[in-house]
Every structure is written in structure tokens, then in C-alpha cells.
Design a protein around this ligand. Structure first.
Ligand code: SOE
Length: 394
């Protein structure tokens, strides 16, 4: 190719100082396999210049045809039906676990022991015991570790975190969060893995509640105690023509007191017709309030008490300015982004930790956060079972 002015050199050997390549091994090719693969491919040219260039080395999944199709669709070099072979692959430096909750512990521990950095979908495990084992394994192995609580990487949520950390809101009185979906309200919806305690660990609590518990810890601080109830509205569903028992919660509601004195509520359900992915929180504090709704994820609603009283009211801040979190990577103001882009942010954060030995905390959740999340989930289930207030003990 001529190097005369006017010709652009085609992508060729790595330019001097170009970001290192990181080999990724993905476990799972369903919803999270798709969301993670999409983010890995978008990252190098959108989080530009990238901190690392993901190489889609391998994807693993149980069904040979499906995993081969996924490898072709997303551009993975290899496809495995045995995750152990993926973890043993010397080209894999980062193990990405997007499998069901019962396939988090063994592979994550094996990956850590093999010296791979590990990013794992939430909830980290089915209970605190499993999560403790994973946390100890990654610490012992000295690898980087992260739990994909992707809602920490919504620009509006990061802005809320910055306002709180800068003291702009003052003392927090309330954190009120609910995560509402509707997809199993129909009694004809069949049994799926998220409704089986042996696979999922819990229902709406671990799947949706873990997100708002993580946001509570990220934005407000550590819960001190919980008082909760859970409910399973439909106790059995069709499974290949048979009736199978639903062994998890369909919904939970919890009263929470925090170490810093804040008081709040957490609830999650999949029986809220009309609520598609309605992850919302509101913080009421000394100097004002903020409210977030994932279904309107580019906005942060803000009320500051120091506004002139004749024009007081909640402001809908469109979080899309160049000076807003993550926005220098995207578009001019107002050209909003979506749910998928939170995964681009979180992988960029994780690869920065891997390449530059940076900390995953405080902006990312690591396996310690995944463990503490599970302790809180277990306490909510214990409170509901024993009908009493339960203190949080890590
Ligand atoms: C299903 O409830 C689900 O996909 C959760 O598993 C995700 O964590 C949440 O972000 C969207 O809903």
C-alpha cells in the first residue's frame, strides 16, 4: 500500500503504543452471552483509544450446534461444549461467566486457579457460602475479579454517585428502590431455570433484587438490618407437559436500615403488568432528592432545596453532555444511549483493571461485593422465613 499522502494505511501490524490484546473466553451464549459479546466487539472503537483490544478467543455452551452458531455469529475463534477446555485454553486471559447461577462457582474457581481474570454475571452465586468460596479463590489466585452489576455503569447512575460523593446531597435519609417486571405474571408461562432454586438460588430476589441491593451499597452504604417478606404467587408451572413446583420467590419486599442511619425499602417482582424492566430508585437527602428509572435511563430527576422557591420542582436532567460520565466516548448532547452500552462501560473498566493493575472498586463491583450482596439476600430470605428482623453480618 502506497504511503503517499492521501492513502490511509489499512489495519495492519500493531501500531506503536497500540493497546494490548486480551483473550476472552465466554461461558454462555444466551441473553448475557449476546450482551457481553456485543459489548466486547463495540469496545475497541467506542471506548477509543481502547485500554485493551478484546480477542474473542472462545465461547462455551452445552449444545454443540448452538455454541458453534454463537461462535460464528459473534466471531469467536473456537467453540467448546466443555467449559474446562475453555479455561485450559492458553489464549484465554479473561474468563467471562454468563452462565446460569448454578454454573458460576465451579468455573469461576477453576478459572481463578488457572490464573485467569474473572468477570461473572450477577448474582455471583446462589447463596453467601458459594460466593465466599469464589471470593477466597480469586483473592488467593491474585487475579482481577468483577461481578457484572452493569447498572453502576449507567451515566445517570454514575452522576448520582458523583453528586453523593461530592456532598451535593448531604446526609441521606431514604433509599427507596423497586425493580419491577411482568414476564411471568401469566400462569401459562412455563418453568424456566430462573424459577428453580437449585439452579437460580432465589427468584426475583437474586435476579432483580441483587441489582438494587448493589445500587444501595454503591450509592448509600452498608445495610445494618432487614425485615422482609417473600411470596410465590404461582406455585407450579408446566414443564414439558408435566407440572413442576416453583421453588423460588416471585416477589420480595424488605425494610432496610443502613449503617449511616438511612432508612429505606427494597422490592422486586415479576408480577407487575406493564412494568417491562422498571428498575427505579429514589434518594431523599438533606439538600434534595434524586430519582432514576431504567426505562428512561438517560434522565436523572433532581430536586435541590436551594432552588428559588417560586420555581422549585424536580428537574429532568438529560445526562448526555460531554462533561457527564462516559459521554466523551459517545455522541453530541441529546443523542442518547441504551442498556447495551452499560456493558461496554463495565468491560472497559474491567480491562483497565487487568491491563493497568487498577482497582475494580469503588466504581465496579468485585467478588467481595458479590459476597456481601449474597449475605444481604440470604438475610432477606431468613427474615421472611423466621418473620423477624435480621442483622447483616459479613
Ligand atoms: C431477567 O430478569 C433480567 O434479564 C435479569 O437477569 C437482568 O439482570 C436484568 O438486567 C434484566 O432482567
Amino acid at each position: 500500500m502506497s504511503d503517499e499522502v492521501g492513502f490511509v494505511t489499512m489495519a495492519g501490524p500493531k501500531a506503536e503504543g497500540q493497546a494490548p490484546t486480551i483473550g476472552v473466553g465466554m461461558l454462555g451464549y444466551a441473553f448475557m452471552g449476546k450482551a457481553h459479546s456485543n459489548a466486547l466487539k463495540k469496545l475497541p472503537y467506542m471506548m477509543y483509544p481502547p485500554v485493551a483490544i478484546p480477542r474473542l478467543v472462545a465461547i462455551a455452551g452445552r449444545h454443540k450446534e448452538a455454541v458453534q452458531e454463537a461462535a460464528k455469529r459473534y466471531g469467536y475463534e473456537k467453540a467448546y461444549t466443555d467449559w474446562r477446555k475453555l479455561i485450559d485454553d492458553p489464549d484465554v486471559q479473561v474468563f467471562d461467566n454468563g452462565g446460569p447461577n448454578n454454573v458460576h462457582a465451579e468455573p469461576n474457581i477453576a478459572a481463578a486457579k488457572a490464573g485467569k481474570h474473572v468477570i461473572s454475571e450477577k448474582p455471583l452465586g446462589r447463596n453467601a457460602e458459594e460466593c465466599w468460596e469464589m471470593w477466597q479463590a480469586v483473592k488467593k489466585a491474585g487475579v482481577k475479579h468483577m461481578v457484572a452489576f452493569n447498572y453502576r455503569f449507567v451515566p445517570a447512575v454514575r452522576l448520582a454517585k458523583e453528586l453523593i460523593d461530592q456532598g451535593k446531597l448531604g446526609r441521606i435519609y431514604h433509599f427507596r428502590a423497586s425493580y419491577l417486571q411482568e414476564w411471568i405474571a401469566d400462569e401459562n408461562f412455563p418453568m424456566v431455570w430462573r424459577l428453580d432454586r437449585d439452579i437460580a438460588g432465589s427468584g426475583a430476589l437474586g435476579d432483580l433484587g441483587s441489582h438494587i441491593i448493589d445500587l444501595a451499597r454503591f450509592l448509600v452504604g452498608e445495610p445494618r438490618s432487614v425485615m422482609a417478606m417473600t411470596k410465590t404467587f404461582i406455585t407450579e408451572r408446566n414443564a414439558d407437559g408435566k407440572r413442576e413446583a416453583v421453588t423460588v420467590d416471585d416477589a420480595f419486599v424488605a425494610l432496610v436500615e443502613y449503617d449511616n442511619g438511612a432508612l429505606g425499602t427494597l422490592e422486586a417482582t415479576r408480577f407487575a403488568p406493564g412494568r417491562k424492566n422498571h428498575n427505579t430508585f429514589e434518594i431523599n437527602a438533606e439538600r434534595g432528592s434524586i430519582r432514576f428509572n431504567l426505562e428512561n435511563m438517560n434522565y436523572l430527576e433532581v430536586f435541590m432545596r436551594d432552588q428559588p422557591r417560586e420555581i422549585q420542582g424536580f428537574t429532568q436532567v438529560l445526562v448526555s453532555e460531554s462533561y457527564h460520565p462516559f459521554w466523551k466516548n459517545w455522541w453530541p448532547q441529546g443523542h442518547i444511549i441504551g442498556w447495551e452500552h452499560t456493558f461496554v462501560h463495565e468491560f472497559h473498566h474491567f480491562f483497565d483493571a487487568v491491563v493497568n493493575n487498577a482497582d475494580v472498586k469503588p466504581y465496579g463491583a468485585d467478588f467481595e461485593d458479590g459476597y456481601k450482596n449474597a449475605v444481604i439476600c440470604d438475610a432477606i430470605l431468613q427474615s421472611a422465613r423466621e418473620k423477624k428482623q435480621v442483622d447483616i453480618k459479613y
